[in-house]
Every structure is written in structure tokens, then in C-alpha cells.
Design a protein around this ligand. Structure first.
Ligand SMILES: *Cc1c(COP(=O)(O)O)cnc(C)c1O
Length: 463
């Protein structure tokens, strides 16, 4: 019989201590942080599930590559290694390095879109949306119908609503829609994968209307692994081949290497369009750097080159997807409501169902984030009305978001199974005392991206 236990496919060479705190300390720290986990000092956090962005552990090969980094201003060999590694998975003609994913987005939308235009996506990530809106264009989400139902699983809840896209393009055409984006996996939609069939269908429609099709590729490897697991016809294909097929339907992509690049910083923009690439490189020189480093050090380019080789290893991806699923499974089988099925990089708790006594504008996601920190030093992030609610500038009147979620994002190769068991136990402790948990009000907020700096006050005494 083959052994069934799935283990972390690495051993640990350097350790980073994490600091235990007492409940009384955490009560004090969260009060001083105005009940906003973004305002905590990270060394007061025991298990940090705020984000999977740039928080992964690098391998010994990546650290070795860092030493090889060549810091020549132009034409560094580190760039050519980076370019070759990127092109193996993303076979586009022009690869433009940037310091993060959002820099790639800014450059892409600067050269492609302007006021009055519409950019559809399955679901825009917040920086993508902000960069499009900054250009005076509209960022339109066209998620599939299944994505609205939190509790019912579906293998490809990240899909785009193809019929809605078709209706839009029929009505508007190229003048109004300069490009179509697709985010894999669909981060804001619960870290859910997109099916190859859906990518193919969207690509076909775009090309029928002569509209460029771009992929936001941040979690391309996790998405490719889900395709291998869940989509008929892909079980025997390698993740590399699946990723290459996925990219072959697109005209270009944006990428944050802080996700499936397994690096702590970096990103890139890729395109097949010669003229567009020229304009993008001009803009890159203005704000990021020369096209063979794009705001990165040579050593960062090396770390990404090796990271892209490691992220498509199937034992790594199996461990990655299984450990996220393990957290989701062990809390949901005790009744904790989550977005089903668990995503690739994160588990999303449905806070409206967890804390039904709270109205959306009593911020149940904040309430649960606070309790999880106080209970066990765990930091998650609210993805709900504080992050996505609309505030009317004149009246201050607030419209809540569609969902009140708490995201627990798992950094890559950082925590072990016993850390995750600890997280499970902590969530279940809070679940037991959920009826006594009260809501919050906002005592200070910035005019935009308020979730980063907002201050909160408990509505009653904290139990
Ligand atoms: C993180 C992310 C981005 C932006 O990348 P940064 O490196 O944080 O600038 C864009 N899209 C998605 C889906 C992301 O998850």
C-alpha cells in the first residue's frame, strides 16, 4: 500500500523564532491598534495569515541564486536568466520586469485604456480595479453565477460569465472595451480556479471581436494544478504544459512574483504586441527602470527565475493545495461556515453566517479578526464592508459589500501542519463562544482604501 500522509516536501535549514504572547498582552496590543489588525506590529503576531503576498520562504537554491545576482545596469545576465525562466511558462514575445504586479498593471492600463472605457474581468483584484479607475475607465466584474453562492462547492467557481461578456462586446465593441482581463486564480472571488474551457471560451470571444485578452497570472501554478485535478482531460498533463496551454490563449499577462513567483518582491508584464511593448518600455524607463531590470535588483531577478522553476513542482503544489484544503475541511466539518470549496491560497470564513447577530455595518469581519487575534495571536484580514463597502462622499451613507468574509491566506512554505492544527483549534474555540461576540463602529477613516488605516471601537464591552 502506498503511504497516504502528505508531508511538507522540504526540510528546514534556517529557522525564524515566532514570539508567544499572553492573552492580556494581545488584548492590550489590539486596543492600542484601534482594533485594526493592519496597525499591529508583526512581531506581536504568532501566525500571520494577513496575506500570501511576498511572505513565502525562499529555498536554498533561491538564496544561492541571490549571490549570483549581477547588478549591471543594462544587459545583466540575471535578466536573461529571468527572461528564459519566464518564457518557459509564459511563452510571450516581450517580457518586461516590474517591481510588483501593480506596476505592471499601471503600465498596461496607461498604454491601453482611457476615460469612458470598460475593462471586464472575472473579478478585478483591488489594485487592478484602482489602476483602471485611475485612468477614468470602468472596471467591470463578470463572475460566473456559481460564485455568488458561498456554501455550495463548484470545481471552477472562479470562471467568468461568458454569456455576459458576449452581450457586453456585442453592445460595445473595441472602441469601448480596450482589453479583457482574466484573473487566475480568482483572488477576490475566494481564491477559486478558472477552468481551461472557460479561458478558451473567453479567448475565442475576444478574438472574434478583435479585442486583446490578458491574464492576471499571479496564481497561475495553483490554477494549473486545480485544472489537472478537476478538469476532464488534464490528469495526465504536466503543470508546465497546462500553464503553457493556458497562456497560449492570451495576448499577454501581468504577474506579481510575490505570489506564484515564490519571491519576496517583483513582477512582470508580458505581451506579444511589438508596438505595445515599445510604449510599455518607454513608460517603464520613466518610472521603474531600464528594461533589463525594471525596478528590481539583479538578485531579485535571480530569485524569481528559480522560484518559477520550483513553483510548478507537483509535490510542492500537492502540499500547497492539500494544506489549504486541510484548514478548510477541519473547520467546516465542525460547522464553521466557509466559502466552499477552500481556495488555493486561502480559506475564507463567512462572517455573516458565523456572527448572524451582527449587521453588515457592525463589521462582522472585523469582529472575527479581533477575536482570532486575541484568542491565539492569529492575524487574518476582513474582506467585507470595510474593504469594499461604498461610502457616499456627501452624506457619509454606507452601502455594505456583497459578502462579509475573513480571509486566512497561507504564506508559501512557511508554516507546518502543527501550525495549521493550532489555527484550526483557535477558530473552533472562537466558534464555541460566537454568541457573545459584539460588533464595531468606525471612529476614523481615510477617504480611500480605508481598511488599511481605519480605527474601530467596540459597540459594547468586549466579552
Ligand atoms: C497581489 C495581486 C496583484 C498585485 O500585485 P502586487 O505585487 O501586490 O502589486 C494583482 N492581482 C492579483 C490577483 C493579486 O493577487
Amino acid at each position: 500500500m502506498a503511504i497516504k500522509t502528505i508531508i511538507e516536501p522540504f526540510r528546514i535549514k534556517a529557522v525564524e523564532p515566532i514570539r508567544m504572547t499572553t492573552r492580556a498582552e494581545r488584548e492590550a496590543r489590539i486596543r492600542e491598534a484601534f482594533y485594526n489588525v493592519f496597525l499591529l506590529h508583526a512581531d506581536d503576531v504568532l501566525i500571520d495569515l494577513l496575506t500570501d503576498s511576498g511572505t513565502g520562504a525562499m529555498s536554498s537554491d533561491q538564496w544561492a541564486a541571490v549571490m549570483r545576482g549581477d547588478e549591471s545596469y543594462a544587459g545583466s545576465p540575471s535578466f536573461y536568466r529571468f527572461e528564459e525562466s519566464v518564457k518557459r511558462l509564459f511563452p510571450f514575445k516581450h517580457i518586461i520586469p516590474t517591481h510588483q504586479g501593480r506596476a505592471a498593471e499601471r503600465i498596461l492600463f496607461n498604454v491601453t485604456c482611457g476615460p469612458g472605457q470598460i475593462v471586464p474581468n472575472n473579478t478585478h483584484f483591488d489594485t487592478t480595479r484602482a489602476n483602471i479607475e485611475y485612468r477614468g475607465a470602468t472596471a467591470l466584474d463578470l463572475p460566473c453565477a456559481e460564485s455568488h453562492d458561498i456554501a455550495t462547492p463548484h470545481p471552477f467557481k472562479g470562471n467568468m460569465d461568458v454569456a455576459a461578456l458576449e452581450r457586453l462586446l456585442e453592445g460595445e465593441g473595441l472602441e469601448k472595451v480596450p482589453l479583457v482581463m482574466m484573473t487566475i486564480t480568482n483572488n477576490s472571488g475566494g481564491g477559486q480556479p478558472v477552468a481551461m474551457a472557460n479561458v478558451r471560451a473567453v479567448s475565442e470571444i475576444c478574438h472574434r471581436y478583435g479585442i486583446p485578452f490578458y491574464i492576471d497570472a499571479c496564481r497561475f501554478a495553483e490554477n494549473a494544478y486545480f485544472v489537472k485535478q478537476r478538469e476532464p482531460g488534464y490528469a495526465d498533463k504536466s503543470v508546465v504544459d497546462i500553464a503553457r496551454e493556458l497562456m497560449s490563449y492570451a495576448d499577454g499577462c501581468t504577474m506579481s512574483a510575490k505570489k506564484d513567483g515564490l519571491a519576496n518582491i517583483g513582477g512582470f508584464l508580458a505581451t506579444d504586441d511589438e508596438e505595445l511593448a515599445r510604449q510599455e518600455k518607454d513608460l517603464l524607463i520613466l518610472t521603474e527602470g531600464y528594461p533589463t531590470y525594471g525596478g528590481l535588483a539583479g538578485r531579485d531577478l535571480e530569485a524569481i527565475a528559480v522560484g518559477l522553476e520550483e513553483v510548478v513542482h507537483e509535490d510542492y503544489l500537492q502540499y500547497r493545495i492539500v494544506s489549504t484544503g486541510y484548514l478548510g475541511k477541519h473547520i467546516s466539518r465542525e460547522g464553521v461556515p466557509i466559502v466552499q470549496p477552500p481556495g488555493g491560497h486561502a480559506v475564507y470564513i463567512d462572517c455573516s453566517a458565523f456572527l448572524p447577530q451582527l449587521e453588515p455595518l457592525q463589521y462582522p469581519g472585523i469582529a472575527l479578526a479581533v477575536e482570532l487575534y486575541v484568542e491565539a495571536g492569529i492575524r487574518g484580514v476582513e474582506i467585507g464592508s470595510v474593504m469594499f463597502g461604498q461610502v457616499e462622499p456627501e452624506s457619509g451613507e454606507e452601502t455594505p459589500a456583497e459578502k462579509e468574509l475573513l480571509r486566512l491566506a497561507i504564506p508559501r512554505r512557511v508554516y507546518t501542519q502543527s501550525h495549521i492544527d493550532y489555527v484550526v483549534e483557535a477558530i473552533l474555540e472562537v466558534w464555541k463562544r460566537r454568541e457573545g461576540i459584539g460588533g464595531y463602529r468606525i471612529s476614523y477613516q481615510a477617504p480611500f482604501l480605508r481598511h488599511f488605516t481605519a480605527r474601530f471601537e467596540p459597540l459594547g464591552a468586549r466579552a
